[in-house]
Design a protein around this ligand. Structure first.
Ligand SMILES: *Cc1c(COP(=O)(O)O)cnc(C)c1O
Length: 406
């Protein structure tokens, strides 16, 4: 793995023109797009237009004139093909956490005699915490089973299997088709969290016969910090779906102002309160860009990038423990390594302009957002990582201090 090879790969990269469509600071190698996606260059102008024009000039008229009222559905319909769903099966709204609550609640109400929500220990915390919250309300029973034991833990008491498709820390994917089928075989429903796969890897919810899904807007979809998330409900469940956050925007006739709740038809009933238009407008720009590039092209470049990085690191640091799979087909768009000094190493890299991230207690995680990361970036990052470790640069006191957000 050499700089020349990296440059040759960049020269023949079919996605190389897309890097220019993102605004990245000079001198930064950004390997954290799996935590907060980079800023598309079109986003500031679009936000300016929404703020000054649609809000400033249009005022309340823009709910109709600028079609703000349909923005959650419009953005959802654009996300749908990225995740193997139909346009009317996806809506963009709220956060992943809130959408988890709605869909776990919906699943529980579909089979009231079943209370168990099955997940894996070490799943993304919010997924486990949302189950715990429903458990504290007396509505659910949380059951955790390690990856290899999930199928064995599925039985007729399970209402819902809730898993993150690609693990946030290790990048390991679940077999969506097989596990969805295994859950259905015992009469359980399945909710997939696509936060680390939607927009980065091919996902086919319809082919897997998935019941529900949620996913993140600010990672691979580049919607900006705290961007709205999305939720998917298979068409076959929509007519009877009852979700617990029965706010007015999910009502069949929100502007009739009646006292009784009647859910809107279809996916619209997943809305709770008034959608955040600025966040949705920014998310739409990111989604349009990802859709233009195409998930298949993104996935194949992501595999090539992570493989290049893995080999470049292995050349220099043969003892560094890789916790992601060495097989690019068996991992998401990231590579994670274990090192007792992961935090300080990560800080030393950030000081050199190489932004990856640290996951407690000892994981160094590098994400490869293929729309804007080059092979030369990845080569430089591998070289810097080796340098920081071999020279002991991470020992400097300023790299030891923990920030509030890691
Ligand atoms: C990032 C992420 C979330 C984010 O949840 P929010 O409520 O939108 O903050 C949820 N689940 C997984 C697996 C994630 O990686």
């Amino acid at each position: 793995m050499t700089l020349d090879l990296a440059r040759n790969l960049d020269a023949s990269d079919p996605l190389r023109a897309f890097r220019e469509r993102f605004s990245l600071p000079q001198g930064v190698v950004y390997l954290d797009g799996n935590s907060l996606g980079a800023l598309p260059k079109d986003t500031p102008a679009r936000l300016e237009q929404v703020v000054r024009g649609e809000w400033g000039e249009g005022l309340i008229r823009s709910w109709n004139d600028a079609d703000w009222i349909n923005l959650p559905q419009r953005v959802g319909a654009k996300i749908a093909p990225l995740i193997g769903a139909q346009a009317d099966e996806v809506i963009a709204c709220d956060s992943v956490s809130v959408n988890l609550f709605k869909l776990i609640g919906a699943a529980l109400s579909m089979q009231p005699q079943r209370k168990v929500i099955l997940s894996e220990p070490g799943n993304f915390p919010t997924d486990l915490y949302m189950i715990a919250g429903l458990e504290a309300q007396g509505l659910a029973t949380r059951r955790l089973a390690s990856r290899e034991r999930i199928e064995a833990a599925l039985d007729e008491s399970v209402a819902l299997l809730l898993l993150t498709h690609v693990h946030y820390k290790y990048g390991e994917p679940f077999d969506m088709v097989a596990l969805t089928k295994a859950a259905h075989d015992v009469g359980a429903l399945v909710l997939w969290d696509l936060s680390h796969s939607g927009g980065a890897l091919p996902v086919d919810l319809n082919a897997a016969n998935a019941d529900f899904a949620v996913g993140c807007g600010y990672k691979y979809l580049n919607g900006g910090p705290g961007a709205p998330a999305y939720a998917y409900v298979a068409r076959r469940h929509q007519e009877a779906l009852s979700q617990p956050l029965t706010g007015w925007m999910g009502h069949a006739a929100p502007f009739a102002f009646t006292d009784d709740y009647t859910p809107a038809p279809g996916i619209d009933r997943l809305l709770a309160g008034t959608p955040g238009i600025l966040g949705l407008a920014a998310l739409e720009v990111g989604v349009d860009l990802i859709a233009e590039i195409g998930v298949d092209r993104l996935a194949s470049k992501s595999r090539a990038l992570s493989e290049f990085f893995r080999q470049a690191v292995a050349d220099r640091l043969p003892d560094l423990e890789l916790v992601s799979s060495p097989d690019p087909m068996a991992r998401g768009s990231q590579l994670s390594f274990r090192h007792t000094q992961a935090y300080a190493i990560c800080q030393a890299l950030i000081a050199r302009g190489i932004i990856g991230d640290f996951r407690d207690p000892d994981i160094l995680r590098f994400g490869f957002a293929p729309a804007y990361v080059s092979f030369e970036d990845v080569f430089g990052a591998a070289r810097a990582l080796a340098d920081v470790i071999v020279t002991g640069e991470w020992r400097r006191p300023e790299f030891q201090e923990r920030a509030a957000v890691t």
